[in-house]
Design a protein around this ligand. Structure first.
Ligand SMILES: [Zn+2]
Length: 680
């Protein structure tokens, strides 16, 4: 018997039972070796409850990197990883193929999360065709009737109830259903590569660490539900002696409801996946986009910066419009230049950034490096860098002008992009980089002379993007990156590894939508990744509706009245007070869907403090009573209604059982309530 342990994690090889165990409590996975030496997925338990049926050795098409890898291991190794995680690595031939699979399972000491990575190597003498290898393959048999939860992405939608980041529930059964990227190929244009399976006692979460084309398939197989998740639209000829990496997948387990699932996943993401963030993260942003679009210059922005500093913003982000060759009416002209426009910034961007820092603001700058002006210098001098499908350059038309999509499957393009953006950051002294991506590659580039293959352009692109972001981060330590993609069209756990916050959606105009965006996206993404902004509305409901994650403003502040500025300054001060709580544990006390009232509780499990944000929209209901969460029954709590300045004392047991009454007599208003524990 071999075994390694660390806190909640354990990996074990029991040669007598022929069983491998990978555990990150409450998740426990068992692999069993059959008489023929094949490894099968035997058990997947959450708090001791079985969620799958034992799977026989899967056919090779499903076995490539999947949970049920029909692997005949010739070597197995238990190891301790660099971040305290425990690992099990199995290597061996896959079924009767010439492929050698190396599957690595990592169990984390806290968070209830196991990560799976798989690499294929062709040891044969002829190429082997790899088609859509799944990263996860779960033959489901839940302990009780369970539901599959999926999450919509952040594409621009004005609908009410909001579509962005809405949860969708599918009953498990024999019905087949497939979720995947939208038609333009961006990873979260339609849904996020994330899911949860749950019943009344908890369940499982899963996610793909991938920012390219993917699929999640719920399919009936022999009368049972099977869930697969992985690449889609991929065909790769694996040459003899070469390797192919399958995107990593996560499986998490939780006890309780979806809030518990989100909290466990965040714990893991913040500790093991996300780049480190500053203690006072996320910074309050000013961004000029919705106020001026690309019609900017130093004088205009400076007027805004002075007010932004006064009201308490912490970073000033110059969005589109700063570069040479751009025109305010164009989304194409000048793309690819990434050189400052001295006509707009006579002293240069670096000097502008230094003046911002004198005001106490960091300097942010927007870029969109993955597309270029089709008539610009980059496309002109490097036509072979452009992504191509069926002989046509991949483009999008913007008001009669054509852009062109670069192909990041080309190593030279990766190098150019990394060096160009590193120069922008270093030369202009950028603290915060906003990375946009307003175009998609569809099923991907199939140009035969790019170094990638006809059938794996999208796959090669994603790896290329990661290399570029990695190079920029290595050359620019301390730089923070805001991921954008038209707002929420490429947000996933893959991009989370390289970026620090996420512009959730370009539809930031309605308070109720912003609340839904932050409320839904929170289940998959850490709170500081949920960036929403207020525009011109400065009543408390509008302002507080953007406090569910990262807070920003995009408006002509210089034209605002003194009262408007004071209202914004008060809201920013309020946000900075509750920001440490927003980063901790969130409970949704109202409906999971926008339903007239939205109520959130943010709680710090260490200090015992909570903040409640309650919103009443058009609902006829004026009073609600909601049981609070995460309190200690034996403590008393000082409950402060911030808008009235009133304070009352309640026993914790009462707040947990009977709840707290929240009254909002006027429609379209909000309340901020703070709770402080009194331990004596
Ligand atoms: Zn290409």
């Amino acid at each position: 018997m071999e075994e390694l342990r660390a806190q909640d994690a354990r990996v074990q090889w029991d040669p007598f039972a022929g069983e491998y165990t990978i555990e990150s409590s409450p998740l426990e996975i068992r692999l069993r070796q059959t008489g023929e030496g094949l490894v099968t997925l035997a058990s997947l338990r959450q708090s001791g409850r079985e969620w799958i049926r034992p799977a026989g050795p899967a056919p090779a098409a499903l076995a490539l990197g999947s949970m049920s890898a029909a692997l005949r291991p010739t070597t197995s190794q238990l190891f301790r990883g660099d971040n305290g995680e425990l690992g099990l690595r199995l290597q061996g031939r896959l079924g009767d193929t010439p492929l050698i699979g190396t599957v690595t399972w990592r169990a984390y000491p806290s968070g209830g999360v196991v990560r799976v990575d798989a690499v294929l190597r062709n040891e044969g003498s002829v190429p082997w065709r790899v088609v859509d290898p799944p990263s996860l393959w779960l033959p489901l048999a839940p302990p009780a009737p369970a539901r599959l939860v999926t999450l919509r992405g952040g594409a621009f939608h004005e609908d009410l109830p909001p579509r962005g980041y809405a949860l969708e529930i599918t009953d498990l059964g024999t019905r087949a259903r497939r979720w995947e990227v939208g038609p333009d190929g961006r990873s979260s244009a339609a849904f996020l590569p994330w899911f949860a399976l749950l019943d009344s006692a908890g369940g499982l979460t899963g996610a793909l660490l991938w920012s390219g084309r993917w699929h999640l398939q719920l399919g009936p197989a022999d009368g049972h539900s099977t869930l697969t998740m992985g690449l889609s639209d991929l065909e790769h000829e694996l040459a003899p002696g070469r390797e192919f990496s399958i995107p990593a997948a996560l499986i998490g387990a939780f006890v309780g409801d979806l809030d518990a699932a989100g909290a466990r996943l965040h714990e893991w993401e913040e500790r093991y996946l996300c780049p480190p963030v500053p203690a006072d993260w996320p910074w309050v942003q000013y961004n000029h986009w919705y106020a001026y679009l690309g019609d900017i210059d130093a004088e205009r922005l400076w007027r805004e910066a002075r007010v932004a500093a006064e009201v308490g913003c912490e970073v000033f982000v110059i969005d589109g419009g700063w570069f040479a060759g751009g025109r305010p009416d164009s989304y194409v002209a000048g793309w690819g230049n990434w050189v400052e426009d001295r006509a707009k910034f006579p002293d240069g961007l670096r000097a502008f950034g230094e003046r911002l820092r004198e005001l106490g603001l960091r300097f942010g700058l927007w870029v969109e490096p993955e597309r270029v002006d089709s008539r610009g210098a980059v496309a002109g001098s490097h036509p072979n860098w452009l992504a191509v499908r069926d002989g046509q350059v991949i483009t999008r038309t913007w008001g009669g002008e054509l852009d062109a999509h670069l192909c990041l499957g080309v190593p030279e393009v990766q190098e150019w992009m990394a060096q160009t953006i590193i120069r922008v950051v270093q030369e202009y002294g950028v603290d915060w980089l906003k990375w946009d991506y307003n175009v998609g590659y569809g099923v991907g580039c199939d140009r035969p002379d790019h170094g990638h293959q006809r059938g794996d352009g999208a796959y090669a692109y994603t790896l290329g993007l990661y290399r570029v972001l990695e190079a920029i981060r290595a050359a620019c330590p301390g730089l923070v990156i805001e991921n954008c993609a038209s707002g929420g069209n490429r947000v996933d756990l893959g991009i989370l590894q390289y970026t620090h916050t996420q512009w959730l959606s370009d539809y930031t105009h309605r308070a109720a939508s912003c609340r839904q965006h932050a409320q839904g996206a929170w289940y998959a993404l850490p709170p500081f990744f949920l960036n929403t902004w207020v525009l011109d509305q400065v009543n408390p409901l509008e302002l507080r509706s953007r406090m569910g994650g990262a807070f920003g403003v995009s408006a002509r502040l210089s034209e605002w009245s003194a009262e408007q500025r004071q209202a914004l300054a008060r809201a920013i001060a309020e946000y900075k007070q509750i920001r440490p709580l927003v980063r901790q544990r969130r409970y949704v006390l109202g409906s999971l869907w926008h339903a007239g009232w939205d109520i959130w509780q943010f709680a710090d499990p260490t200090s015992g403090e909570s903040a409640i944000l309650a919103f009443r929209d058009g609902s006829a209901v004026t009073d609600v009573r909601v049981p609070l969460r995460g309190l200690v029954a034996d403590f008393h709590y000082r409950v402060v209604a911030v808008d009235h300045g009133s304070a009352d004392l309640y026993p914790g047991a009462q707040l947990l059982e009977e709840g707290l009454r929240i009254s909002l007599p006027v429609p379209h208003t909000s309340a901020l309530i703070r709770l402080e524990p009194l331990r004596s």
